[in-house]
Ligand binder design. Structure first.
Ligand code: G3H
Ligand code: 13P
Ligand code: ZN
Length: 305
């Protein structure tokens, strides 16, 4: 059943676990995530970026998610706009039945970010839709944003931001970055900063850029021709520590993308005569499900429904 973000994050905050946000771009990724949620009895957050909406189309995405919700009636599903940056996209998602939106004003001044986030939260809450805000800057590159430096979230400013904006969840910058090349140098998650933020704020906290970039997936992709020198993710023990210290929503996109690519590279290389898309995408779907299941276990959301 469809749920708002607040409905799945409040029990997570009370019981000290995190709910996985997985980005979806097509039917196979969605099916893999839903199968994983079913197998693990876990609530799930389906993230659609602006790039995903451009690629698949807002109506196609909504209809395949409707089908998923109908097929898996016991799974709490949040349909969430990831990194919404324009009013037109946010309004389109609210109008089309998204149950949660992220407004990402992290590239703006504090005042402008807080003002926009407050207005969007008011508008969304009137329609029964949850809102995630972002303060500080998560590093890395996405389709619609240039590569950015990490600007760590200041605890007192974060406390002021949630009070002012009334967001249902807050994405904070504590050292992660989007994509497959995290921690250039020796950076680690700033758990000390997270602890202080968590002491000041009761609103659920969100960790973006949290993919593990598993070594075995990178090695497989490289064995079959991918160029991924220097790829590195967030170690699992740091994720566990982050959850202990107040993270209740964890975003994963890169691990699913890497799994998709590595599996297809291997399959095509081992089956040079195969050209049936169902066979090719089918093996990728199986492997993506395994990765999502593992993440749900790690986050502690497995068995929570
Ligand atoms: O936040 C970043 C997500 O991985 C989405 O990436 O904008 O390339 O779809 P994208
Ligand atoms: P990764 O690139 O680490 O998977 O992060 C995804 C994300 O934060 C989406 O908002
Ligand atoms: Zn993100």
């Amino acid at each position: 059943m469809y749920k708002k973000l607040s409905e799945v994050l409040l029990p997570a905050a009370e019981n000290n676990y995190a709910v996985g946000h997985f980005n979806i771009n097509n039917m196979e990724i969605l099916q893999a995530i839903m199968q994983a949620a079913q197998a693990q009895k876990s609530p799930v957050i389906l993230g659609t970026s602006e790039g995903a909406i451009k690629y698949a189309g807002i109506h196609f995405l909504k209809k395949i998610v409707d089908a998923a919700v109908e097929n898996y009636p016991d799974i709490p599903v949040v349909l969430h706009l990831d990194h919404g940056r324009t009013m037109s996209l946010i309004q389109a998602c609210i109008k089309n039945g998204w149950t949660s939106i992220m407004y990402d004003g992290s590239n703006l001044s504090y005042e402008q970010n807080a003002k926009n986030t407050r207005e969007i939260a008011q508008l969304a809450h009137e329609k029964g839709v949850s809102v995630e805000g972002e303060l500080g800057t998560i590093g890395g590159a996405e389709d619609n944003v240039n590569a950015r430096e990490i600007v760590y979230t200041e605890p007192e400013i974060a406390a002021k931001f949630v009070k002012q904006t009334q967001v249902d969840a807050l994405a904070i910058a504590i050292g992660t970055s989007h994509g497959a090349y995290k921690f250039a140098g020796k950076q680690q998650l700033d758990t000390g900063r997270l602890k202080v933020i968590n002491e000041l704020i009761t609103t659920p906290l969100v960790l973006h850029g949290a993919s593990a970039v598993p070594k075995e997936i990178i090695e497989k992709a490289k064995k079959y021709g991918a160029q991924l020198e220097g790829a590195e993710g967030v170690p699992e023990e740091q994720i566990t520590r982050a959850i202990k210290n107040g993270i209740n929503k964890i975003n994963t996109d890169t691990d699913i993308r890497l799994t998709f690519t590595a599996t297809i590279r291997e399959f095509l290389s081992n089956n040079p005569k195969e050209f049936d898309p169902r066979k090719i995408l089918g093996v990728a779907r199986e492997q993506m499900q395994k990765v999502a299941e593992h993440r749900m276990q790690l986050f502690g959301s497995a068995g929570k429904i």
